[in-house]
Design a protein around this ligand. Structure first.
Ligand code: FAD
Length: 360
């Protein structure tokens, strides 16, 4: 493994660099590895899977996460493989429009649109950038089993909702909690031309663009719903929802149990050398479309603080990271959980009346 900056890696600070182990090669781990490499750190990534999972759901990339990607040097990749998300509505199962998703408001506020990018493309872009920077070793089929044995200046837990790093350094007070629903997700091989979310009683269905000729969809239903019951759960809902389910192969659907981390962690950093990013730190329900975005924001903030301080200033850098990200990420997680309750309301009439009062 190479180290230092002789391979063309740009340094964000001139204060020297150390060694880091990043556990987990998801969005958060790969983005953290990129930020550390750009600061000249020697990075090893440990990934428990033999290869990275390549399922095809689309991530919404909020403008703030786009800025984080720009700062990590991934702005170009972002622009090539994304589509803007606009003109999406919240509907009732009979098709009546209740409100607009706030996409145009987001675009006005931040000066650029929310973008959609398929998860495989984002993972590929992160891997390509790591490869271009050189000097990072990704060890696949390497589940971390003994966090205490890790020898490095910095240990980053980017190992998702069941984080072994979190359990080892932060205890089990905060742990994954099911919320009673599952999400089935998939890609339809045609463009529906109609996007947004349809909210029913205890369930909802969403459709977004993802790339030409395809539609990204997700269906949230009570946890006991099996794949063969999904089509039935949306029978009678407005076009093209039944068609999306009928024309996609259930073998390609991906099932997620909806869970979040509860209660919220008291710190994102420990021992002056350990930090958590992404789902390991604040796993949230997907309702606000912020899981990957917040992982990117964490990675950028952590590596910016570490680059500015250098290895000698690591404890202070981790405190600064905690101060910048913890409350903000936990507010988003709380908002997402609250929105989940609202979206899956058992008596939707009041909810729908409230929705109709929202500005368009
Ligand atoms: C239906 C649905 C829709 C979503 N839509 C969006 C969206 O539109 N926008 C958005 O921003 N987010 C969305 N999300 C959330 C998003 O998928 C995740 O929150 C985000 O990918 C978190 O990234 P991460 O790197 O922290 O964790 P993960 O992606 O879980 O990565 C963790 C990695 O660590 C590895 N690992 C785990 N344990 C170990 C171990 N012991 N040793 C070594 N490696 C280990 C895993 O194999 C994995 O590769 C959605 C989620 C769902 C369920």
């Amino acid at each position: 493994m190479s180290s230092g900056t002789g391979d063309g890696t740009s340094t964000l600070s001139g204060r020297g660099a150390g060694t880091a182990v990043v556990v987990g090669a998801g969005v958060g781990g790969l983005a953290t590895a990129i930020g550390l490499r750009r600061a000249g750190w020697t990075v090893t990534v440990l990934e428990r899977r033999a290869a990275l999972e390549r399922y095809g759901t689309a991530f919404g990339i909020h403008p703030t996460a786009q800025t984080a990607l720009d700062r990590l040097g991934l702005g170009d990749a972002l622009r090539v493989r994304t589509v803007p998300y606009r003109n999406a509505r919240i509907r009732r199962p009979d098709g009546k429009v209740l409100a607009a998703l706030p996409l145009e408001r987001i675009e006005r506020r931040w000066g650029r649109p929310e973008l959609l990018m398929s998860r495989p493309h984002l993972i590929d872009a992160l891997l390509a950038e790591l490869d271009r920077l050189g000097g990072t070793r990704i060890e696949y089929a390497r589940p971390l089993t003994d966090p205490g044995a890790l020898v490095a200046d910095l240990v980053v837990g980017a190992d998702g909702i069941n984080s072994a790093v979190r359990t080892a350094y932060f205890g089990t007070r905060s742990s994954p909690r099911p919320i009673g629903t599952v999400a089935w997700i998939g890609i339809a091989g045609f463009e529906t031309g109609l996007y947004g979310e349809t909210w029913g009683e205890g369930r909802f269905f969403g459709m977004t663009p993802v790339e030409p000729g395809r539609t990204n969809w997700y269906a949230t239903v009570p946890a006991a719903t099996r794949a063969r019951e999904l089509r039935e759960a949306f029978t009678g809902w407005h076009d093209p929802i039944p068609r999306v389910l009928a024309e996609t192969d259930p073998a390609t659907w991906v099932r997620y149990e909806m869970r979040h981390l509860y209660p919220a962690l008291r710190a994102f950093a420990a021992d002056g050398r350990v930090a958590l990013v992404g789902d390991a730190a604040h796993a949230m329900t997907p309702n606000l479309g912020q899981g990957a975005c917040t992982a990117l924001l964490d990675a950028e903030a952590l590596t910016r603080a570490v680059a500015a301080a250098g290895p000698d200033g690591l404890p202070g850098a981790l405190d600064a990271y905690d101060a910048e990200r913890r409350r903000s990420a936990q507010r988003v997680a709380f908002g997402s959980r609250t929105l989940h309750r609202f979206m899956t309301a058992r008596r939707p009439a009041l909810r729908d009346a409230l929705l109709r009062m929202l500005p368009g």
